[in-house]
Each structure stands twice: as structure tokens, then as C-alpha cells.
Design a protein around this ligand. Structure first.
Ligand SMILES: NC(=O)c1ccc[n+]([C@@H]2O[C@H](COP(=O)([O-])OP(=O)(O)OC[C@H]3O[C@@H](n4cnc5c(N)ncnc54)[C@H](OP(=O)(O)O)[C@@H]3O)[C@@H](O)[C@H]2O)c1
Length: 272
């Protein structure tokens, strides 16, 4: 199958590109997915069977100020991708986030739960979901959460960098989610396509859940870093975007991924 990867140089895009070495890999310098005519022309000329979209506006705090840019890239551009895919009858693979949910359900959210985002990033991603699911049938929409990967700034690299200059850190302990390794998400994507699973919405995060504080403690334990980590509340660590308290993605359709702790171990072994 002829595959096109959009946002191929991003954190997830790089791991997807490694699993699909024969795919055409485009990033912002090759095509701007917010430019409808450019995207359509280039996709038509390439004529792919599958379009994997890893391009996104992912800065959650910046999205509060740059609402228009976030809505264009995460929301409206999905209409452009759908229109381009229709011209060549391609399957679309797209990624969304736990932040489309409000986080009020302690046990998490199933694939068909109604969305109700708390912040601008979440609402821009929810718009993208709507534009995709209401206008096209041949799609895999994978919601994921708290991504970490070798090719991007992520929570693990941030914690390890901070530990180089500090003896003590405060980390938020009232937001719960599921850390997810981009390499594992790339494999889920590969398997969905290879096994020709039914189109639709899937939840793909590493198994288990934790708070950011618990995530930090586990990272330092596994990396053998001696540092004091203190739990704090979101109110003590104000940020522009409000985040859901419990954004666990219930996975009722796919085989379970390895636990997030095992994924952290693999990441550390592969990066240190
Ligand atoms: N990161 C997370 O924790 C997280 C959590 C849940 C879901 N997700 C979702 O997972 C997916 C992948 O996220 P990620 O963290 O891997 O993203 P990322 O590292 O921010 O990568 C996004 C890529 O898209 C490119 N891009 C930006 N604007 C573009 C445009 N107009 N046209 C084409 N390409 C453009 C970026 O290029 P530049 O770098 O040059 O701008 C970058 O290479 C996204 O859909 C995201 O919403 C992420």
C-alpha cells in the first residue's frame, strides 16, 4: 500500500516513519496541510492508498492564545485532508487526544463517550474529529494521551533535564492519565492497517494510569536519579489551559498495550 505520512518529522511522525520506511514522508517544508489547494494538488499527484496525519498544533497552553491557528491546523485542516483523500479514495489515519473529554469521570471514557473539552487545544482537536468522522467513512481515529517519544520534547526528557540543575521538584498530583510511548502507538497504527480492522474510533494508550507526580517518581526511580519530588495541586501550578482531572481512555476494542511503566523502561533503555 502506498502510504503518505503528514507531520513526519514530529515526535509521533518520526516513529511512524520508522515503521513505514517506504512511505512518502512530508512535514511542513513539503506541504502545509492548512493550505487546501496545495494539499489537494500534491496528494492527487502522489495518489496514496493511506494518509497518516501526525501534523498538529500540540502546544496546549499556547492554544489558549492562538485559538485561530489551533482550530485551523487541528480542526479545519481535517476537512482539507478529507477532501484530498476523497480524490484518491485513500484511508485516513488521524490522532486525537484525551483532552477532548472533561475529565469528570474517574473511570475514564470509552470510544463512543461524548466529548466535552475544557481547553482550546481539546476543542480544536474535537473539531478535527467532527470534520473527519462526519464527512468520511474510511478512517481510523486514534485517541491517545500523554505522549513521550525519542524525537520530541516530552515529560520524561523535561524531568531528566530539570534534575540536572535541581535537588527538589514540585509536580502536579491531581491530574490522572495514561503516559504513552510513541513507538507503541506507531505499532498500533501499523497493526490496524495490516489487519484491515474495521474503520472507526480507537483508544490507544499504554496500560494503567497515574498522576504527573507518580509519573515523575517512576521516571526518577527507573533512571536512578536521586531527587526529592513533592506532590502539588494544579492550583499551586497555574497554567493558561485548564486540564481534565481524570482523562483515562478506556480501550474496549484493541489488545492491551504494555503498561506505561514498561514503556518508560523501554524509552530509557533506548535513549540513555
Ligand atoms: N504530544 C502529546 O502529548 C499528545 C497527546 C495526545 C494526543 N496527541 C496527538 O498526537 C499527534 C502527534 O503529536 P506529536 O506530539 O507527535 O506532535 P508534534 O511533535 O508537535 O509534531 C507535529 C508535526 O506537525 C508539523 N506541522 C506543524 N504545522 C504543520 C502544517 N501546517 N502542515 C504540515 N505539518 C505541520 C510540525 O512541524 P514543525 O515542528 O516544523 O512545526 C511537526 O513536525 C497529534 O495529533 C496530537 O494532537 C499528542
Amino acid at each position: 500500500m502506498k502510504t503518505l505520512i503528514l507531520g513526519a518529522k514530529g515526535m509521533l511522525g518520526t516513529d511512524i516513519s520508522l515503521l513505514f520506511p517506504d512511505a512518502t514522508q512530508w512535514d511542513l517544508g513539503d506541504v502545509d496541510i492548512t493550505n487546501e489547494s496545495e494539499l489537494e494538488l500534491k496528494v492527487k499527484a502522489l495518489n496514496p492508498d493511506v494518509i497518516i496525519n501526525c501534523a498538529a498544533f500540540t502546544d496546549v497552553n499556547a492554544a489558549e492564545e492562538k485559538q485561530e491557528a489551533a482550530n485551523l491546523l487541528n480542526g479545519k485542516a481535517l476537512l482539507y485532508i478529507v477532501n484530498a483523500a476523497k480524490k484518491v479514495d485513500a484511508i485516513i489515519v488521524h490522532y486525537s487526544t484525551d483532552y477532548v473529554f472533561d475529565g469528570k469521570q474517574k473511570l475514564g471514557y470509552a470510544e463512543d463517550a461524548p466529548t466535552n473539552p475544557l481547553n482550546m487545544y481539546g476543542s480544536s482537536k474535537a473539531l478535527g474529529e467532527k470534520n473527519l468522522t462526519e464527512n468520511y467513512a474510511k478512517f481510523y481515529l486514534l485517541r491517545t494521551a500523554w505522549l513521550f517519544g525519542k524525537n520530541g520534547k516530552n515529560f520524561i526528557s523535561t524531568m531528566l533535564d530539570l534534575a540536572k540543575t535541581r535537588d527538589e521538584l514540585k509536580v502536579v498530583n491531581d491530574q490522572t492519565g495514561s503516559p504513552t510511548y510513541t513507538k507503541d502507538l506507531a505499532q498500533v497504527t501499523f497493526d490496524l492497517l495490516e489487519k484491515k480492522q474495521p474503520f472507526g474510533i480507537y483508544h490507544a494508550s499504554n496500560d494503567g494510569s497515574c498522576t504527573w507526580y507518580e509519573f515523575a517518581v517512576e521516571i526518577f526511580k527507573q533512571a536512578s536519579v536521586d531527587i526529592t519530588v513533592n506532590p502539588c495541586t494544579s492550583d499551586e501550578y497555574p497554567s493558561p489551559a485548564q486540564r481534565p482531572k481524570y482523562s483515562i481512555l478506556q480501550n474496549t476494542k484493541l489488545p492491551k498495550l504494555r503498561t506505561w511503566q514498561k514503556a518508560v523502561q523501554a524509552y530509557l533503555e533506548e535513549t540513555q
